[in-house]
Design a protein around this ligand. Structure first.
Ligand SMILES: [Zn+2]
Length: 459
């Protein structure tokens, strides 16, 4: 990382209050923004500018992907066209899960995170549960798969929060894990905590600037109430973000009601797992009371609209959740699409289809969900905004692309007109990771993806 640098953004979005400013000089010291000065174009004078890297177009804070399962990328184009539902898709996904090893996962995840970087994503939360060997036995280092993911993010130049996920059983009725699922499980909540202790020690020892650890409960299906309590307590004690899949499918609600006598949201609340450090992923099928509880807790809701429509999940009540007090974030989840712009507008556009109403979320709020909202939710609160003191994570859109040509440089254009293909520059911690649409470290991301995927699924 260069000690001092400066970027001159033709236009930059400085957050929902300030909106877009022109000729914004963004000075960087180390990996942080030291100054943000609008109207600093050529001839504007100023002192100590040194060398400026021009960022022509509209510069945004780095986009945050709040929910990823990197290995699902191997299913793109192989699973969308068939008949069935979430559960038939899940059995295809388990086929890939069964074949991954630390070396093949490193290759695949590096390519997937590089695809994210090209799409403008500078930080990702990886919801990781492929802990052990395919037969369920731990590797010599029980966190070797997590280490692969952390290394992959480093190679791809993106920040990562490794959400170490507790996954213990096959369903609310207590049935055992089977097939590919056996590699997800630790012996119980305490065993999960001991393994995460050692992962946190490993990460602390190597002090990676790009990686942090978080905790996750896979779902109320996969973790019994006592163990949910253990994970929630652990996350609170160590100040880790806590993520959980919530009510993605009706079946989860039905089983929860039949077996536990309450909704999944209520189960989480009873386990102490609903706080302002909690992020609930999907939150699709909620009762009015659930929305109130999530709002009271100020839990973040991570919407994954492209996955939710691909898997026939349904449309979550995101506008009502916001009204109740929940911040939003976005996730590309199954990676049927890796395009944060499509996710941001998907929140609003999917909801229009079921509410027959437009403008439920304004563009500034959607852009905040894709940046600062996600950053806070994954435990990187110092990214996601272009302001003094923030990490220098920037994304610049090409306003001359066929999609953006003729639009105004503002939040509405970024959210409703832009696509991942319009990302021209990506800066992470002051360092150029994508330069004029080319990944600076991984020469041919498409080829890297193809090679990694063909190893797993054949041609
Ligand atoms: Zn997920």
């Amino acid at each position: 990382v260069s000690p001092a640098a400066a970027f001159l953004a033709e236009h930059a979005w400085l957050g929902p209050e300030l909106g877009v400013a022109d000729d914004v000089l963004i000075s960087v010291e180390g990996d942080r923004i030291s100054e943000v000065r609008p109207n600093a174009g050529p001839g504007a004078g100023g002192t100590g500018d040194g060398e400026r890297t021009s960022l022509p177009g509209l510069t945004l804070p780095g986009l945050v992907n709040g929910h990823s399962h990197a290995f699902h990328r191997a299913l793109r184009g192989r699973s969308e066209a068939g008949r069935g539902d979430f559960w038939t898709w899940r059995s295809l996904m388990y086929g890939v899960a069964a074949r991954l090893e630390p070396d093949t996962y490193l290759e695949l995840a590096t390519a997937v995170y590089a695809e994210m970087a090209l799409a403008g994503i500078t930080a990702v939360a990886e919801f990781h549960y492929l802990h052990h060997g395919p037969d369920g036995r731990p590797y010599a280092d029980p966190n070797t798969m997590a280490a692969s993911l952390i290394e992959a993010a480093k190679r791809a130049g993106v920040r990562i929060t490794l959400l170490d996920t507790c996954y213990l059983r096959g369903g609310l009725d207590g049935r055992a894990l089977e097939g590919a699922q056996v590699r997800f499980a630790d012996g119980g909540g305490e065993e999960w905590a001991r393994r995460v202790d050692s992962l946190r020690e490993q990460v602390k020892g190597s002090k990676p600037a790009h990686a942090r650890i978080g905790a996750a409960i896979h779902s109320v299906r996969a973790v019994p109430p006592e163990a949910m309590k253990t994970v929630a307590t652990y996350a609170a004690r160590h100040e880790l973000p806590l993520h959980v899949h919530l009510s993605e499918q009706r079946r989860e609600n039905e089983e929860s009601l039949a077996i536990e006598g309450c909704s999944p949201t209520e189960l989480l609340r009873r386990a102490g797992a609903l706080t302002s450090h909690t992020t609930c992923v999907h939150a699709t099928h909620l009762l009015p009371h659930d929305i109130t509880e999530l709002g009271l807790a100020s839990a973040t809701i991570c919407a994954c609209p492209t996955t939710e429509r691909d898997l026939a999940d349904g449309v979550g009540p995101f506008a009502d959740l916001v009204d109740a007090g929940c911040p939003l974030s976005i996730g590309t989840d199954s990676h049927a699409v890796i395009d944060p712009f499509e996710e941001m507008r998907g929140i609003e556009l999917n909801e229009r289809l079921v509410r027959y109403e437009r403008g439920l979320h304004d563009a500034e709020s959607l852009l905040t969900a894709g940046t600062a909202g996600g950053a806070r939710s994954i435990g990187w609160p110092e990214t996601g905004a272009i302001k003094e003191g923030s990490l220098a994570d920037l994304v610049t859109l090409d306003l001359d692309s066929p999609r953006l040509a003729g639009t105004s440089p503002d939040a509405a254009a970024a959210v409703y007109a832009a696509a991942a293909a319009d990302v021209r520059y990506v800066v992470v911690g002051g360092e150029m990771v994508v330069d004029d649409r080319v990944h600076a470290r991984i020469e041919d991301v498409g080829r890297h993806l193809a090679d990694a995927i063909s190893t797993l699924v054949g041609q």
